[in-house]
Design a protein around this ligand. Structure first.
Ligand SMILES: [Zn+2]
Length: 211
């Protein structure tokens, strides 16, 4: 889980092939967001829903890289604000669902949780492989590595929750992992919001940007 995997993609001189890669990772992340939300609702698994928030945040980052990065700082901060707010709203919805499911007992479908968790891990590895080829300097390589590691750890946590649900026949492993992932997502959204608000403030006090 990160404040956004696409945050450090340098698009100051976007080549056609980098644009293609950004489109590919955007489609992968957006698809996995839809798949995990649908599977989470279908299987009654909150940890799958919580894992989906990161795909939402990353999709927003790649969309910003593709469509907004060439615009003014005000535009970028506005887009980041929207990203932070949507991640935060999803995080709060998931915390609410954790509480709701804790009261209304029911066991999630472990097989769906496990297979979709593995699919999400594969999607993150493919996206990382695509981005890795276009890494731009040490900082960027490090950011791709860090965010992939964190995302894959989240996916593995969902698979562990699935095994726990399967072994115990209880929903608690699902709720525990969901709680951890939702807290991380909320933390990430707060960081994104802080940075976006700080940038908006600085564009308000400064004279028009020349860069
Ligand atoms: Zn991520």
């Amino acid at each position: 889980m990160s404040a956004g995997c696409g945050h450090h993609v340098d698009t100051s001189n976007v080549t056609k092939s980098l644009k293609r890669v950004l489109w590919a990772v955007l489609v992968i992340n957006a698809s996995m967001f839809v798949v995990e939300i649908s599977a989470g609702v279908y299987a009654g698994s909150v940890s799958l829903l919580a894992d989906a928030v990161d795909f939402l945040g990353d999709s927003a980052s790649y969309a910003i890289s593709l469509f907004v990065l060439s615009k003014s700082l005000r535009w970028r901060s506005g887009a980041a604000l929207l990203k932070g707010l949507s991640m935060g709203a999803f995080g709060l919805w998931i915390l609410g669902t954790v509480i709701y499911n804790a009261i209304n007992t029911g066991t999630p479908v472990a097989s769906v949780m496990g297979s979709v968790g593995l699919m999400a891990m594969l999607a993150n590895l493919v996206a990382a492989f695509l981005l890795y080829q276009y890494r731009d300097g040490d900082a960027n390589m490090r950011s791709v590595w860090l965010c992939t590691r964190n995302d894959v750890l989240g996916n593995i946590a969902v698979v562990i929750a699935a095994s726990g649900v399967f072994a115990t026949g209880s929903q608690w492993p699902d709720l525990a992992v969901a709680l951890i992932l939702a807290s991380l997502a909320l933390h990430a959204s707060v960081q994104v919001l802080k940075q976006a608000l700080g940038e908006l403030k600085s564009t308000n006090t400064e004279s028009p940007q020349t860069s």
